[in-house]
Design a protein around this ligand. Sequence first.
Ligand code: HEM
Length: 355
Amino acid sequence: MGLMPIIDHAAKHGLVINLEDIFRSFTFDSTCLLVTGYDPSCLSLELPQVLFSKAMNDFGQAILYRHVRPRSFTKLQKWLNVGQEGKYKKAWKVLDDILAEYICQKRKEANKLIQELVSVDDVDLLTSYITEKESTGLKCDDKFLRDNALNMITATTDTTSTALTWFAWLVSKHPIVENKIIEELESKIPIGETKRRRLFNVDEVKNLVYLHGALCEALRLYPPAPLNHKEPVKPDMLPSGHPVHPKTKVLFSVYSMGRMKSIWREDCYEFKPERWINERGEIKHEPSYKFLSFGAGPRICLGKETSFIQIKAVASTLIYNYRIHVVEETPVVPAVSIVLHTEYGLMTRISKRWE
Ligand code: HEM
């Protein structure tokens, strides 16, 4: 099922829905489709608990604990197969088994395509790895395919849905920003087509300046990957003069850096899309070492541009067609997690702006 039919259904029946879960199921389905060619159909009215998705959550949680607990404690849990490490092992088995099945099926389908000399444009990632093996020279064994599929699903799913969640929440709390986004969207629509239901495509939204600023602001205040770490390959020195040994891991909080007055000025706690617009009304580009939500340097996020486009298309369609009313009884606060999920979800009521 698509995202908009679900939102429409919730609006029509006055349901309270957890938008974070809905975004998560949506990004999970679309990423699985892109990577494996299969739609796990997590996005439906019932939001079924999908084994793969649950395993991904347990997996991420266990990895977070590895970073904050003494190594000896983790080792003991691993040895006894209990606690977070016990969960990790079970989750890994689920992911490994499901992906092995997908890969086996993909190999059969891809071999058929090769034998029948069918052109393989617009196919999923696994099929293109298998069919293009000769030209890329990559060793496409099962482990390579599994690791690449898992890497892509992990990198894409929760980051994108988390960005959408905080963006939707911030916009719903800032009606002036919400109106400016709608005004900007209307300025791109032919006059006779305004004030009625509309879906926006990638070309219509990719150059919107105010929407871009609002999204960057959400990513600055609520970076989906709130912590990052680096280790130098050879002895190095920080600008502060502190030496860093190659075995030293430097952990930094992207979340805190997005809220430092010394980096983002006195108004750093405010949600101000204008921060990202220059005097000429164009997008103001900030260096990636300052705006760290996608990382920086040689390992910067490979999906940065793709995710901007995807989020803009979804966010504009959502904001233009619906009003999001956040349910006040459920606080919206960050959870302690490797990805900046909310602790209690984003519980909302939705109403349509127009038919
Ligand atoms: C709002 C959405 C996203 C955010 C906030 C985000 C953030 C990040 C961050 C912080 C890193 C680590 C960079 C570093 O280590 O310095 C990363 C890596 C990566 N991201 Fe994203 N990401 C997003 C969406 C995506 C999407 C949609 C894709 C795929 C199309 C993607 C693919 C990757 C890959 C492949 C890497 C690993 C790059 C490497 O290690 O060389 N990301 N991302």
